[in-house]
Structure formats: structure tokens, C-alpha cells
Design a protein around this ligand. Structure first.
Ligand SMILES: NC(=O)c1ccc[n+]([C@@H]2O[C@H](COP(=O)([O-])OP(=O)(O)OC[C@H]3O[C@@H](n4cnc5c(N)ncnc54)[C@H](OP(=O)(O)O)[C@@H]3O)[C@@H](O)[C@H]2O)c1
Length: 254
């Protein structure tokens, strides 16, 4: 006899934007492990293909698309079947002090981190691709950066702040269709994005930063397991909210 679990994603099909690496990839893996099906979207088709092979055809599917473009967003919305949930994990980071910021870099980060999230959701909702009155759930991967003020993080912090703020208004609009919207705000998670950040600061500074995390830096599956909770019926009373995952970094203070 199969026991019912509110954490199961059995019978649910989830779209994951930003599925080719890091947190998005780990979320795809966790969705399938929880019994769901996943369609991953990103630009690097070779990595998406690998993901499908690893997770099994029939469990995982992919769409190659550049979400920073209207064409890419329209392609995804047109190709997707109706889904029970969507995770937006596509994003980029760039550290730049204020005096070096120009419109181009602001637009680059806002485009993929914020505009494309809103535009993808708008297309999916317009085309009624997110099942209504069926416990559907949207999870946005924001960042703890939007709660604090790290040096040189204006571009990134602003884009994630926009995402986190807008998530509440989106949650409000979609609540009449019983579609839930929540964000996850992680601290440092060991992915390619974190390595890129480590490239621009010294190894010593990284060690100093790591030491400030009581539970150390996070792993992609720490975020993925939380995403499964938010996608599952276990969180069916939760919307418009945010979960901070930072190994205690910004709450357990000396
Ligand atoms: N790592 C951290 O410490 C950390 C902390 C807090 C929040 N986050 C957030 O978590 C999310 C995932 O980050 P990560 O650390 O897993 O980084 P990552 O490994 O670099 O993953 C970023 C993902 O976004 C996709 N992406 C970027 N631009 C895209 C575009 N134009 N079209 C479609 N897909 C695009 C990438 O795929 P392609 O390159 O194949 O297109 C990749 O799958 C990001 O939103 C990031 O801001 C990360």
C-alpha cells in the first residue's frame, strides 16, 4: 500500500526556469525524487539533455530557450502543457560598485532576474497554463541579499528586491485561482554563481565570510528540498511569504 504524503509531488508537473545548473538543476532532481514530473528551461541544451538522461525520459523534459528574450518566453509558454507549479531559478549576478554602474548593466540584471520572471508568469497565466483551483504553486528563487546591504551588490540586490516585493502582489492576484506564490531567499549556496563571486574577492575574504555562517555555506539540495515543500500540498496554506535559508548567518549573531 502506498502511503499518502503531503510532501509528495506525485501527479504534479512543474516547470523549472534555470534548470541547467546549480539550484535549478537540484530542484529538478528533487521534484522527480518526490514523485513529480519536471520540464527544465535554460539556454545550455547539452546540460538539459544530460538532466533528462539522468532523471529518466518520461519524468523529465526540457525546452532550450533564452528567457531574457520575448521569443524565448513565448516559446516556453507555447510549448508547455498545463502545469501544477513553476519555479523561477534563472538568474545572474554581478558585483559592481555604484560609480561603475551604467544603464546597460542595470538592464542586464533586471532583465533576466526580474522582468523575465514577471513576463513568463504573465504569459503562463494569460494562456491558462497554470492549473487553477488545483493547489498550484509558484516558487521564486530570490536572495537574502535583498534583505541586507552587501558592498557592490546594488545590481543584484535591486533585482532580487523587485522579485521579492512583486511576489506578494502576484500572490494576491492569483489567490482567487488558488495559485500560491512564495519566495525562497537563500544566503551563499555552493554553485557556479557562488564560485564566480569567489573569483572577484580574495580566498581569504571567502574564508572569512564562510566562517560567519554557523551551519556553513548551503548546498543546492538545501534550497531544492525547501522548494519541494513549497510546491507540495504540505504548504497549501502558505502564500505571499518568504523563507530565508542562510544557515543562521543573519540571525544567530555574536
Ligand atoms: N548560489 C547562491 O549563492 C545563490 C544565493 C541566493 C540566490 N541564488 C539565486 O538562485 C538562482 C540560481 O542560481 P545558481 O547559484 O544555481 O546559479 P547558476 O548555477 O549559474 O544557475 C543559473 C541558471 O539560470 C539560467 N539562466 C541564466 N540566464 C538565463 C537566460 N537568459 N535564459 C534562460 N536561463 C538562464 C542558467 O542556464 P543557462 O546558462 O544554461 O541559460 C542556469 O540554469 C539565481 O536566481 C540566483 O540569483 C543563488
Amino acid at each position: 500500500m502506498t502511503e499518502y504524503s503531503p510532501f509528495s509531488l506525485h501527479g504534479k508537473h512543474i516547470l523549472v526556469a534555470g534548470a541547467s545548473s546549480g539550484i535549478g538543476w537540484a530542484i529538478c532532481k528533487s521534484i522527480v525524487a518526490a514523485g513529480g514530473k519536471v520540464t527544465g528551461v535554460a539556454r545550455r541544451a547539452d546540460l538539459l539533455q544530460k538532466m533528462v538522461q539522468e532523471l529518466g525520459e518520461g519524468n523529465a523534459f526540457f525546452i532550450e530557450a533564452d528567457l531574457a528574450t520575448d521569443n524565448g518566453i513565448e516559446k516556453v509558454a507555447a510549448m508547455m502543457p498545463d502545469v501544477n507549479g513553476l519555479v523561477y531559478a534563472a538568474g545572474v549576478s554581478k558585483m559592481l560598485p555604484l560609480k561603475f554602474i551604467k544603464r546597460e548593466s542595470l538592464e542586464e540584471l533586471m532583465n533576466i532576474n526580474y522582468f523575465s520572471m514577471v513576463l513568463l508568469l504573465a504569459q503562463m497565466v494569460r494562456q491558462k497554463k497554470i492549473k487553477r483551483n488545483a493547489h498550484s504553486s509558484i516558487v521564486l528563487i530570490s536572495s537574502v541579499a535583498q534583505q541586507i546591504g552587501t558592498k557592490s551588490s546594488i545590481l543584484y540586490t535591486g533585482s532580487k528586491g523587485a522579485m521579492s516585493s512583486a511576489s506578494k502582489a502576484i500572490a494576491n492576484e492569483l489567490s482567487s485561482q488558488k495559485i500560491r506564490v512564495n519566495t525562497i531567499e537563500p544566503g551563499m549556496v555552493q554553485t557556479a554563481m557562488a564560485s564566480e563571486m569567489e573569483d572577484v574577492i580574495s580566498a581569504e575574504a571567502v574564508e572569512k565570510d564562510k566562517a560567519k555562517y554557523p551551519l556553513g555555506y548551503g548546498m543546492p539540495d538545501d534550497v531544492a528540498n525547501t522548494a519541494v515543500f513549497l510546491l507540495s500540498d504540505a504548504s497549501k496554506w502558505m502564500t505571499g511569504r518568504s523563507l530565508t535559508l542562510d544557515g543562521g548567518r543573519y540571525v544567530l549573531l555574536d
